[in-house]
Design a protein around this ligand. Structure first.
Ligand code: PLP
Length: 369
């Protein structure tokens, strides 16, 4: 008898998660390297202090204030006409994703994405007993739209997951592609995961503007990346109110704590400060991509706050070489590639130095094209 009596398909599986190592330069989970300003932190503390006096009561189950403020924020960030009943929130957009699969996936149903993509999606499919289907991205990590449409039409998945910008490649999807796939999906739900939406390059629109045209479109966002609030755990979506109502059936009672709601509301009052470093990070990203290319690496075009670079004959050796020099990046994505999150200018200098040193002392690492 094996112990514990876990579900067969979960036996022996390691829990997901990047290593949390205490090193000087942490560029591995796409966090915003700049903490909240003193003003924002003080307002969050004051708001949480007020909420603390009411913690004997359950929180507002429908988080009405927060939905109003999130709708207002989305209307200032690529959306138009988004109303509070079109907004839903949870403990990180990862919980949103799970709730979507609980509501719209399940036995006899499937979810589809295009690899390489976010490694959590197949886990939520597994956890919700949803069949997982993966199409392929092109060599440059874009989508072949005709092939993608044909696959969606053939498989008729209940949920299509389209991160834009994609993790770990940084690739954004043009709105025309989202529209085509929304139509191809018929009655299936199309989720555009815009966790990195605020980092997109000029001229890359948000899928929010397509909401009035496609009732099966869901756009998710998070406060974990551009908003510099990963520790608070707040993700949200905009969609047809009927989709929000469907999620309310599967959500846990009072899933958003009063402390979380107070924190998120205070953060939204300071959105300008919290998002204040996004332009700096975008510039630092473009500099990092250019520098990596100058060194002869292949680098995926990025609309996010990270860069995927390759191709390395032994990526683990390079990752370890950087770690030995105090710089933690992420061993993820297709074999031969590594992902670096964009940090402060000082952190990126440390990264460039560590990578230069590593490549010098390790002659096996760069693959000949
Ligand atoms: C980081 C990330 C998220 C955000 O996760 P949270 O649960 O909101 O912290 C969502 N989707 C992708 C693709 C991500 O990389």
């Amino acid at each position: 008898m094996t112990w514990p009596p876990i579900r067969e398909e979960l036996r022996g599986i390691e829990p997901y998660g990047a290593p949390q190592l205490d090193v000087p330069v942490q560029l591995n989970v796409n966090e915003n390297p700049y903490g909240p300003s003193a003003d924002a932190a003080a307002d969050i503390a004051r708001s949480v202090g007020e909420a603390a006096t009411t913690l004997n009561r359950y929180p507002d189950r429908e988080f009405v204030d927060l939905r109003h403020q999130l709708a207002a924020y989305l209307n200032s960030s690529g959306g138009e006409g988004i109303t509070p009943d079109m907004v839903w929130a949870a403990n990180g957009s990862n919980e949103i994703m799970l709730q979507l699969l609980q509501a719209f996936g399940g036995p006899g149903r499937s979810a589809l994405s295009f690899a390489p993509t976010y490694s959590m999606y197949p886990e939520y499919a597994r956890d919700s007993n949803t069949e997982w289907l993966a199409g392929r991205r092109e060599e440059d990590f874009s989508l072949d739209l005709d092939a993608a449409r044909a696959l969606v039409e053939e498989k008729a998945p209940s949920v299509v997951l389209l991160p834009s910008p994609n993790n770990p490649t940084g690739t954004a999807l043009p709105p025309e592609a989202v529209s085509v796939l929304c139509e191809a999906a018929g009655n299936g739900i199309v989720v555009v995961d815009e966790a990195y939406g605020e980092f997109r390059r000029d001229g890359t629109p948000s899928a929010l503007e397509l909401l009035p045209r496609h009732r099966n479109l869901v756009v998710t966002r998070t406060m974990s990346k551009a908003f510099a609030l990963a520790g608070a755990r707040l993700g949200y979506l905009a969609a047809d109110p009927a989709i929000c109502d469907a999620i309310r059936v599967v959500r846990l009672p009072y899933h958003l704590s009063a402390v979380t709601q107070a924190t998120a509301l205070a953060a939204l009052r300071h959105s300008r400060e919290l998002l204040g470093k996004v332009d700096d990070l975008r510039e630092e990203r473009d500099r990092t991509v250019a520098w990596l290319r100058e060194q002869g690496f292949e680098v995926a075009d990025s609309d996010a706050n990270f860069a995927l670079f390759g191709r390395l004959a032994d990526r683990h050796a390079v990752w370890q070489g950087l770690l030995d020099r105090g710089v933690l990046i992420r061993e993820t994505g297709p074999d031969g590639w590594l992902r670096v999150s964009i940090g402060t200018p000082e952190e990126m200098t440390a990264f460039r130095q560590a990578l230069t040193d590593t490549m010098r002392t390790n002659d096996v690492v760069k693959e000949q094209p």
